[in-house]
Design a protein around this ligand. Structure first.
Ligand code: MOS
Length: 733
């Protein structure tokens, strides 16, 4: 009996199981944690972008009311280097020496009895700096440049020769402003040492990474570190590293031998947990007059901190998106005195698609070919890099269904052809190919005499539905009511799970639950294997299925017994099984897989006022099986709104001294309800054969393709090609 998954594409729209806890204010977030003897920390950050600390006087701060410690590079021990993470080394530890490498670098952590006392005392720490001119600007010739920093550049055929021979060549450069992840929940660390055991309540998308990093840095066994994060107030990728403030808070707790809590302020969120790097991308397309791509050359440049890493290939996705014989993709990183960038929803891919899908639109108009038709003529029937079949791909259906729902064929294709009063009306579209991956994941499941099942894994729920889909899937596989399934996640003591990032957690956790449920059902059969009183005695796994809390023969459901009867007869309070899903062989995915989407956008532009309004967006997604059509739709809607922000509003402004000039919600603009139009979301395709439950990655694809579809619609409306994001008023006037 293996765990059987039903024959559906779209799972039930179950409400989020943790929703009642959240709306009643009883879901504990890291910032809610209170412990006996807890003291509170505040950060002192560098007001300069580059230089050295020439003097620190902590005396006035130490004398302030309630202060118990002020820690700086001068009075703290050297810490061990953390191990590299799979996605780049951990951020530079700010107390390494007296050098300042960016604005907002932490130079002291002040601990006091209350948060207010700590914040007040932080302002009393006196720091003198010897300033040097910061290296700023993505085109700064003084900035060190890294070529192909992660070995992700690709080459197939001969792109240069292909461009030279092409009938038509398009050459365009695209720029995207830096943006900042702004989850509502302020990132928090609460650290508590008991002898050499550490408990950390941490805002993170990856408890196991926090555990291994802190264990290495503080020289204790990994098993001595427990990371707890039952709920997260959003992350968008910001929780995929162990940020410097986490290490400092844990250090303060160890130094003081007291639990210490640090909650970042909103402005500190702009300097402390990463941001989407500024990028410049050059795309060259070579094509025949009838719209066949013969060459693509894509070069991406992004910014990075002076002594930091950030795996964020911009151009790589271009090698996978279309059938084209000659493709070269390259990435470069420019080192600047800026807070280190990090991942922000669909990192790399979302920027790369803005460049590629905008360039394709330009090519389509140049050739006089419908933009959708141009994409179909270059459809990648197989994975372009390997030549292998995709695990599944319904992008053609996404295009067809999206075009029908949107009414694409009914538009007037002429530039500036459509008006509604003062508004110029435009229609644009984009295709999306999104490479996802599945990491190894473990789980354990118990069925208890009280009739409940307990599912455990060190996964996290960003607020997007991990608890809910784990509940649904376990209930389905175990043949139990959903109300009887309890899901425990957000705890590094549970079976190891990967990060909730890279659109990979739901697929990894679901595969682990599938494997574990199969093991648990086998464990029940093993228990009754020699049991004369069991109607299931001697039965093989594939003969048996679970329904309504009862195991029974597939071919004769009247033959069987309940979980509880088996447990009771064998004097067991519970039966537990562990399971693991490892989708890759030697780190290589077993088949090329991608999620796909088509987007269609209608905009209105008032040229006199420079106003841009998005009127509707149709998104059609092939992400394989969707376990919960409601949470999945919400995932796509939320990401689409982030895409609106990227396209029209979001921009982290670094001033000439390298300071973030708009580090508040008053000045860093994100979409509000009035900015968000009707969002039509459709899922189609089929359960994917690569994954045991049939799923593909879904978490990030919703942001990809929004910005180019909007920019393309702006072109159709106005005849103005905007190659820089965000598309603000001044770019439309
Ligand atoms: Mo996403 S940037 O992998 O949370």
């Amino acid at each position: 009996m293996t765990a059987v998954v039903g024959n559906y594409l779209l799972g039930d729209p179950v409400d989020r199981v943790e929703g009642p806890l959240k709306v009643t204010g009883t879901a504990p977030y890291p910032s809610d944690v209170a412990l006996p003897g807890l003291v509170h920390a505040a950060l002192v950050q560098s007001p300069i972008g580059a230089g050295t600390i020439s003097r620190i006087d902590t005396g006035p701060a130490e004398a302030a009311p309630g202060v118990v410690a002020v820690l700086t590079y001068q009075n703290t021990p050297e810490l061990a280097a953390p191990p590299p993470s799979p996605f780049g080394s951990p951020p530079r530890y700010p107390f390494t020496d007296n050098r300042i490498l960016h604005y907002g670098q932490h130079v002291a952590i002040v601990v006091a009895g209350t948060p207010e006392q700590a914040a007040t005392a932080a302002r009393l720490v006196e720091v003198d700096y010897a300033e040097t001119p910061p290296v700023l600007g993505i085109d700064n010739p003084r900035a060190p440049v890294l070529e192909n920093p992660y070995g992700t550049d690709t080459e197939r055929g001969d792109a240069a020769a292909g461009l030279a021979a092409a009938e038509v060549v398009l050459d365009a450069t695209f720029a995207i402003a830096p943006e900042t992840n702004n989850p509502l929940g302020l990132f928090t660390t609460v650290a508590c040492w008991e002898a050499d055991r550490l408990v950390v309540h941490e805002t993170t998308q990856w408890p196991m990474l926090v555990r291994s990093t802190l264990a290495a840095v503080f020289g204790v066994p990994e098993g001595n570190v427990r990371v707890l994060v039952p709920h997260i107030g959003g992350g968008f990728g910001a929780g995929l590293r162990v940020p410097p403030h986490t290490v400092l808070t844990v250090l303060a707790a160890r130094t003081l031998d007291r639990p210490v809590k640090l909650v970042l302020t909103r402005p500190q969120m702009f300097t402390s947990i990463g941001h989407r790097p500024e990028t410049v991308q050059r795309v060259r397309l070579g094509a025949t007059r009838d719209g066949r791509l013969v060459a693509i050359d894509h070069e991406g440049t992004s910014t990075i901190g002076i002594e930091e890493t950030n795996l964020e290939p911009l151009s790589r996705g271009t090698a996978l998106a279309y059938a084209c014989p000659n493709v070269a993709t390259r990435d470069r990183q420019v080192r600047l005195n800026i807070p280190n960038p990090g991942w922000m929803r669909a990192p790399g891919t979302v920027q790369g698609h803005f460049a590629l899908e905008s360039a394709l639109d330009e090519l389509a108009y140049e050739l006089g070919i419908d933009p959708l038709e141009l994409r179909l003529r270059n459809y990648a029937e197989v994975h372009p890099q390997s030549g292998l079949p995709w695990s599944s791909k319904a992008l053609r259906d996404c295009y067809r269904v999206g075009a029908e729902r949107f009414g694409w064929a009914g538009r007037n294709p002429g530039i500036r052809s459509t008006r509604d009063g003062n508004w110029l009306v435009g229609y644009g579209m984009a295709g999306v190919t999104f490479e996802w991956y599945q990491s190894p994941c473990r789980a354990s499941i118990s069925i208890r005499r009280d009739g409940t099942a307990q599912v455990r894994s060190a996964a996290t729920d960003l607020g997007t539905g991990t608890y809910t889909i784990a509940t649904q899937l376990a209930a389905e596989l175990l043949g139990l009511d959903r109300g009887r399934v309890r899901v425990a996640i957000g705890d590094s003591d549970l079976p190891p799970a990967p990060q909730s990032g890279g659109s990979g957690l739901a697929v990894a956790l679901s595969a682990a639950i599938h494997a574990t449920a199969g093991n648990l059902l086998r464990a029940f059969l093993t228990l009754v294997a020699g049991d004369d009183r069991s109607p299931l005695r001697g039965r093989e796994p594939d003969e048996v299925r679970a329904t309504d809390g009862r195991l029974h023969l597939v071919h004769d459901p009247s033959v069987g017994e309940t979980y509880l009867d088996i447990l009771a007869r064998h004097g067991r309070d519970e039966l537990t099984a562990d399971g693991e899903a490892t989708p890759q062989v030697d780190g290589v995915p077993m088949a090329p897989s991608g999620s796909f989407a088509a987007r269609f956008v209608e905009v209105r532009v008032d040229e006199e006022l420079g106003l841009l309004r998005v009127r509707r967006i149709v998104t059609v997604v092939d992400a394989g099986r969707v376990l919960n059509r409601k949470t999945a739709r919400s995932q796509i809607i939320g990401a689409t709104v982030m895409g609106l922000g990227m396209a029209m509003l979001e921009r982290t402004v670094f001033d000439p001294a390298g300071r973030v000039a708009n580090a508040t919600f008053g000045e860093y603009l994100i979409p509000v309800h009035a900015d968000v139009p009707e969002l039509d979301v459709v899922f189609l395709g089929a359960p994917d054969g690569l994954h045991p439950v049939g799923m593909k990655g879904l978490g990030e694809i919703g942001i990809v393709g929004v910005a180019p579809a909007i920019a393309n619609a702006v072109f159709h409306a106005t005849g103005r090609r905007i190659r820089s994001l965000p598309i603000t008023i001044e770019r439309l006037l």
